[in-house]
Design a protein around this ligand. Sequence first.
Ligand code: GLP
Length: 255
Amino acid sequence: MSGHPGVVVHHDAVDACRQLAAEIAAGIRQRAAEGKRLVLGLATGSTPIPLYGELIRLHREEGLSFANVVTFNLDEYQGLPADHEQSYHTFMRRRFFSQVDLPLHQAHLPGSMVAAEELQSHCAAYEEAIEDAGGIDLQILGIGRSGHIGFNEPPSSVDTVTRLVSLDPITRRDAADLFGGLDQVPMKAITMGVGTILRSRRIALLAWGEGKASIIARALRESPSDDCPATHLHHHPNVTFILDVAASSQLNGSQ
Ligand code: GLP
């Protein structure tokens, strides 16, 4: 099981998300027609916001129902109450869950304040819940400037599973503005592992803007290594990097 990620470059993020949302909608409708569920792996950060916007539009204007969708988010900070402004629980509720008809008991995120003695069982239960749901059909990913996917910071190996991790200084600096200062950014998070992500049947990694151009070039060009966890996606047979022109600008047309 190996290949090289496909790369699709769109004019802009809105354009890219319209196409990806159409693919998701087709998957949801096909499963609904079969009386089955579609399992989506979801991401946070600024990158997937236009995707959620387009899915919400499809729900409101074109009657797309999420009643047969099950979701698993990649990650969550540790030490924030779930209703904290910057928790991923809050992000998902505001940006997506509250605006569509996804039954809330079908939406999963790792806990945000998991006690030390419960960490191991909490993470194992998350893995089990994904398996019980039949595995993830489509995993949406962003990418951090450290090369992380989810919160799998360097070094993260290909066989990692859902676990507690320490955040990279680059990642914490990138989050400082949102949190109102570096000292407010959590030190730790729970994330699906690289291995968890690679078990998804299909993966779409999204990146927009010049700020992502150099890490996208590394992620596509470098051989798989724990130092740039996104390179482990090369091991997956069905992964597409969905980029805008700016994020693809250091690929020099050779992809
Ligand atoms: C966070 C998330 C990642 C996300 C990354 C990039 O660290 N845990 O899942 O991909 O940020 O964020 P942005 O999309 O805002 O650039």
